[in-house]
Write a protein that binds this ligand. Structure first.
Ligand code: V55
Ligand code: FE
Length: 481
């Protein structure tokens, strides 16, 4: 363990500027129906990490928003005032050690919540959350971006953790979520919750999983919850030796747990399938006794800073994600899923489906790709997307919005044009970085006409705060005027 010298990871190294709402220059014309806010969350070290090889998943959460109203766009950004940041401010240094490794925290902060609130800005039941999977949510004021504190759903949620990837059922408006390692890093408890559209707790399931692993995302169908395991062996021993608690396990099979949403967890069933690294998902649905599940799984562990369990080295092949479809036959007694590669192309693993179809069969997935890759050059660690893509999974066709080779595209969100519009009729929005200037832009495109390029771009005179995941909140929700 080396103490930090103050050098850290590019892009996540600089303390980000906090920005009071400023107006963006708008190029092109914003569609009149698009009113609301894109809330974003990502991480950037407020103080340099305690150890210089701490990983970017541990950087301090900063929440930002692009607010669209009356044909104008404003931008604002503010650090999430976590318990961790407050404790760090007292000493003006980072007192928390490696990500998910409480043994390396300063002893006088080991009892505090270590969550960095750096993964997803998410709204449900009239509340805006800053989410990180090792903590309960932080509540954020949707107007000012001020932090209101940790939120345990009025005392109804008993868990130390809460996923950064809840799902909102497109038909019922219910939010389904889970917390893994609910009682601590060495515990196999997973708590799962269903919340009514108003945010009140409707149903809880408690299970114990047979393996300690990373469970980053989930999927829902009308009646089921899918829990894909990442494929990481998790050990307190690894944590005690320093660094994060996870080791990628190339030999362990890929596993997905499936259980009923309305049950008590006793029906939980484990399936196995071709080895991938199961992190992000698109969507799942039921067809009779079968469940179909589309996901952009990586070939292997995409994080070079997490070591292999067997001592073998990280491979750039790991960092390739593909759009796959998994078929589960609930009527069979077997426990293997069948898998299809929907597209040969390597894609980014962040994206969206039309939110009205969450839990139902979808036709479109929206994501990002590098369409300017030079096959003669060694690929970067990760796909650096410079295009947004609509994947038509019925016709197996892609529609592409090519931003240009010098652009970097963040996660996109799909916004329906109107509640009754057809699937995919609406806008694709995302925040991109112009590599030539380093400045950020909000891009708005007609999701059915991606090839025609953006309808509008809202320009910032500086880089936007980093984003892992974000959410579009229509005006009228969250009491946004
Ligand atoms: C992931 C991301 C995280 C994290 C754990 O994509 C897993 C996977 C951005 O934070 O803490
Ligand atoms: Fe994620």
């Amino acid at each position: 363990m080396k103490p930090s010298t103050g050098t850290h990871l590019p892009g996540w190294g600089e303390r980000q500027r906090e920005v009071e709402p400023i107006e963006c220059e708008v190029v092109g014309s914003l569609p009149p129906g698009l009113e609301g806010a894109l809330y974003r969350l990502g991480g950037a070290w407020y103080y340099p990490p305690k150890f210089e090889d701490d990983i970017l998943l541990h950087a301090d959460g900063i929440v930002s928003m692009f607010r669209i109203a009356d044909g104008r766009v404003t931008y604002a950004a503010r650090y999430v005032e976590t318990e961790r940041l407050a404790a760090n401010r007292e000493k003006e240094r980072m007192r928390f050690g490696y990500y998910r490794n409480r043994f390396t925290d300063d002893p006088d902060v080991q009892h505090l919540n270590a969550g960095a609130a750096n993964t997803t800005a998410f709204a449900h039941g009239g509340r805006l959350f800053a989410l990180k999977e090792d903590s309960l949510p932080y509540l954020i004021d949707p107007e000012t971006l001020e932090t209101r504190g940790l939120y345990d759903f009025a005392g109804k949620v008993e868990s130390r953790t809460f996923t950064a990837h809840p799902k909102i059922d497109g038909r019922t408006g219910e939010m389904v979520a889970f917390g893994y390692q609910a009682w601590g890093n060495d515990r196999k408890d997973v708590h799962l919750w269903t919340f009514a559209p108003d945010g009140s707790l409707r149903h809880e399931i408690r299970i114990e999983v047979p393996w300690l692993d990373m469970i980053h995302d989930m999927a829902i169908t009308e009646n089921y919850i899918l829990l894909p395991l990442g494929g990481y062996h998790t050990s307190e021993e690894a944590a005690r030796a320093g660094g994060p608690m996870w080791r990628w396990d190339p030999d362990a099979p890929a596993r997905i747990g499936i259980l009923r949403r309305d049950g008590d967890g006793s029906d939980l069933r484990w399936f196995t399938g071709p080895k991938t690294c199961q992190l992000h998902t698109f969507n799942a649905w039921e067809e009779g006794d079968r469940i179909l599940f589309d996901a952009p799984f990586y070939c292997g562990n995409p994080f070079p800073f997490l070591k292999n369990r067997d001592g073998s080295s990280w491979s750039p092949e790991y960092g390739k994600a593909h759009l796959r479809r998994l078929h589960f036959d609930l009527a069979s007694s077997g426990n293997e899923w069948r898998e299809e590669l929907l597209f040969e192309d390597t894609i980014g693993d962040l994206g969206d489906v039309d939110p009205r179809f969450m839990g139902q069969r979808h036709r479109y997935c929206f994501g990002a790709m590098d369409v300017h890759a030079d096959p003669s050059k060694p690929s970067a660690l990760w796909v650096m997307p410079n295009a947004y893509v609509r994947f038509d999974v019925e016709e197996r066709r892609m529609s592409v919005l090519d931003l240009g080779a010098h652009y970097r595209a963040g996660e996109c969100r799909f916004v329906p044009r109107a509640p009754g519009a057809r699937e995919g009729d609406g806008w694709l929005i995302g925040v991109v970085t112009n590599g030539a200037t380093g400045c950020g832009e909000l891009v708005v495109a007609d999701a059915q006409r991606l090839e025609e390029g953006p309808l509008a771009r809202a320009l910032l005179p500086f880089a936007a705060a980093p984003q892992v995941h974000g959410s579009w909140v229509p005006a009228g929700s969250l009491n946004l005027s």
